[in-house]
Design a protein around this ligand. Structure first.
Ligand code: HEM
Length: 461
């Protein structure tokens, strides 16, 4: 155990066991390497074994001192102490690139902003409005990018889909050239988010900052045009996220400012882009690997189609019936969670599991090591969607969307997106994986190394 004198007090404090690793980079490379090698759970497992505490260890990641809180107890503690002992925290490139938006603010302001965004993204809003729009965009995408093709690279193609869908639901963009222009800026922007924030021409961070500025300029232009269209009555207040945010205030009449709207849309485009892409890609991988699971998903989806007229668009009520399909998606996210974990910051010194966590330290909770631990899931490496039947996993053992007041804001959005895509893809095609057992790499999100090329077989009608 390490003892450490603090200048502020004479008492000695008992830090968690662990190692800070190398100067500055700390143990960042070990964390990244475990992901590149396809076994991200190793980072936590090896340290629990080495340092002897199953609940917490200390490390250093990208210049910050970090306590990693392990297992369901760590999740419960962090999710339950938001704004009390801890608050959401993101690495410095994120803070520099996103400006004032939900993830760069805290406390009551963040609660307020979440409420404003959830009035569009929460389950109630989606129930009434957006499932149908998602289905229309999905059908159009399948016709343009899958129909008539023998082979498709799933990851690349689904990435286009996720971006197009978000552009339609957030901004009502329809013009493919406009979406493609925004998409290419967006891809430059994404590359700087997980980089060191070194800010001079030629670095990824510099290019990312420039791309973010260009996207913001474009978003501000779209916002101004929309405000005018709403005033003139040529746009509706419920047509998309943008109209919703421009026309909805809180109970005191306060609105989000135009720049807060632009920053939050940038955030949502980012947060909902690769996450959904990766999930759909990995679901298609699992269905390719387990033909019996594919057959059961197909049967459930055909049952839903049978209850509808030819060509009739899906409704939210239809998505509620996709129980088995959702269990399959949940099992995919258990074994290969799209997001590996996230950070908090200690707001005060506090005790955890008998150790002191000093104020200012960062806290990291991890999804994958808990979801692949046999203490929480029987035969954890076995693909078994039936785990999610009945009451499902024990609380805080299954957390692909995080938890507490900072839980993923796009959970309902992504549930609908993944299930509506799944409905359309299985009712149109069966597929073979062109690379059997294609390796999955985390960089930082779980992706098959070659993007999952498949051969398509359209169903005979
Ligand atoms: C399968 C897809 C997705 C997964 C697995 C996922 C996972 C996560 C996780 C683990 C967090 C951190 C939660 C925490 O720290 O407790 C998060 C936060 C967030 N997600 Fe998602 N996400 C997904 C899709 C989306 C989508 C589609 C959107 C937007 C439409 C979105 C928007 C956000 C936002 C805004 C936050 C920050 C919330 C806050 O700090 O208050 N996510 N997500």
């Amino acid at each position: 155990t390490v003892y450490w004198n603090r200048q502020s007090g004479s008492s000695k404090i008992n830090l968690p066991p662990g190692s800070f690793g190398w100067p500055f980079i700390g143990e960042s490379l070990s964390l990244l390497r475990a992901g590149w090698e396809g076994t991200p759970e190793r980072f936590v497992r090896e340290r629990i074994e080495k340092h002897g505490s199953p609940l917490v260890f200390k490390t250093s990641l990208l210049g910050d001192r970090v306590a990693v809180l392990c297992g369901p107890a760590g999740n419960k503690f962090l999710f339950g102490n938001e704004n009390k002992l801890v608050a959401a925290w993101w690495p410095s490139p994120v803070q520099k690139l996103f400006g004032r938006c939900l993830i760069t603010i805290r406390g009551d302001e963040a609660k307020w902003m979440r409420k404003m965004l959830l009035s569009y993204l929460g389950p109630d809003a989606f129930a009434s409005h957006y499932a149908a729009t998602m289905d229309i965009v999905t059908r159009r995408h399948i016709e343009a990018h899958w129909r008539g093709k023998e082979e498709v690279n799933v990851f690349k193609t689904v990435k286009l889909y996720a971006f197009e869908l978000a552009c339609r639901l957030f901004l009502s963009l329809e013009d493919p050239n406009h979406i493609a222009k925004l998409g290419s800026l967006f891809n430059i922007f994404l590359k700087g988010i997980i980089e060191l924030p070194i800010d001079f021409p030629g670095t990824r961070f510099y290019s990312s900052k420039k791309a973010a500025a260009a996207i913001r300029t474009e978003l501000m232009k779209i916002i101004k045009e929309r405000r005018l269209a709403l005033e003139e009555g040529t746009a509706s207040s419920s047509q998309d996220l943008l109209s919703h945010l421009l026309t909805s205030s809180d109970e005191n009449g306060r609105f989000l400012t135009e720049s807060e709207i632009a920053n939050n849309i940038l955030l949502l485009l980012f947060a909902g882009h690769d996450t959904s892409t990766v999930t759909i890609t990995l679901v298609m991988k699992s269905l390719g690997e387990y033909p019996d699971v594919y057959e059961k998903v197909l049967r459930e989806q055909l049952e839903i189609s049978k209850g509808k007229a030819e060509g009739e668009i899906l409704k939210w009520e239809d998505v509620q019936k996709m129980r088995y399909s959702w269990n399959v998606v949940c099992e995919v996210m258990r074994i290969n969670p799209p997001v590996l974990g996230s950070f908090r910051e200690a707001l005060v010194d506090f005790e955890y599991a008998g150790y002191t966590i000093p104020k200012g330290w960062k806290l990291y909770w991890t999804v994958v090591s808990t979801q692949k631990d046999e203490a929480n899931f029987e035969n954890p490496t076995q693909f078994d969607p039936s785990r999610f039947e009945g009451t499902g996993p024990t609380p805080f053992t299954y957390t692909p969307f995080g938890g507490g007041p900072r839980m993923c804001l796009g959970k309902e959005f992504s549930r609908l997106e993944v299930l509506i895509f799944l409905h359309n893809i299985v009712t149109n095609f069966k597929w073979d994986l062109l690379i059997p057992n294609e390796k999955i790499e985390y960089d930082p999100m779980a992706t098959p190394v070659k993007g999952l090329p498949v051969r398509l077989y359209p169903h005979q009608v």
